[in-house]
Design a protein around this ligand. Structure first.
Ligand code: G6P
Ligand code: MG
Length: 212
């Protein structure tokens, strides 16, 4: 029986995937890299430096930049992104998620956050959601990001639960792989999981149980 829930944040709790896309796209195009929907999808769930490398590889210019230059490019993306998330308010929860967090809390589930984003604590504060979670995995402490299972394994440890009692919610292919690798139940939102839901609006305990 599931007792705990590990949440991805961008595109699952917070309507911030669009801001990552805007900031990365602007940087990519300024470097002459053509944006495309597949690149946009593949960037979901991927940490900051790995995302930059994926963009540079898409433009076949990954060898053009030194590590220091890459650091500067990633910082400029993050500066643009931080301006966008500074505008977030509690209205920027994705539809249905506040109700789902309340439903989980009322039913005694433990919750943690498994986001690759170093901005996750700030965003959860802006949305007024921090108190729902036992803890947030610090992505800076990981050896490998999604699709590696480490982040979702850590999210279960924070809950003091074995993975078999934990389900993970994700909107990215890399995140679904991470959840499955950690031997947790994968709930895909707009992406195929063990349970698949079209959008956050469909998420409820009943909708999940109907597919398990
Ligand atoms: C999440 C998002 C990615 C983002 C990554 C790192 O996984 O889905 O789009 O690149 O976090 O976010 P950060 O805020 O640390 O740059
Ligand atoms: Mg996501």
């Amino acid at each position: 029986d599931i007792k705990g829930v590990a949440f991805d944040m961008d595109g699952v709790i917070a309507d911030t995937a669009k801001f990552h896309t805007m900031a990365w796209r602007q940087l990519a195009e300024s470097l002459g890299v053509t944006w495309n929907p597949e690149l946009q999808e593949n960037l979901k769930g991927i940490g900051r430096m790995d995302s930059l490398n994926m963009i540079l590889e898409a433009g076949d210019i990954v060898d053009k930049y030194s590590d220091a230059q890459k650091e500067a490019l990633a910082t400029s993306k993050n500066d643009a992104y931080k301006e966008l998330i500074a505008t977030l308010t509690p209205d920027d929860n994705l539809p249905g998620m506040k109700n789902f967090l309340d439903e989980l809390q009322e039913n005694g589930y433990q919750m943690s956050v498994a986001s690759a984003s170093k901005n996750a604590p700030f965003i959860l504060e802006r949305l007024g959601l921090t108190s729902y979670f036992v803890g947030i995995v610090d992505p800076a402490s990981l050896h490998a990001g999604k699709p590696d299972p480490e982040i979702f394994a850590r999210a279960a440890e924070i809950l003091d639960l074995d993975p078999q009692y934990v389900m993970g919610l994700e909107d990215s292919e890399a995140g679904i792989q991470s959840i499955r690798g950690a031997n947790e139940l994968a709930i895909g939102i707009g992406v195929t999981g063990d349970v698949t839901l079209a959008s956050t609006q469909e998420v409820s305990l009943a909708a999940i149980k109907a597919q398990v």
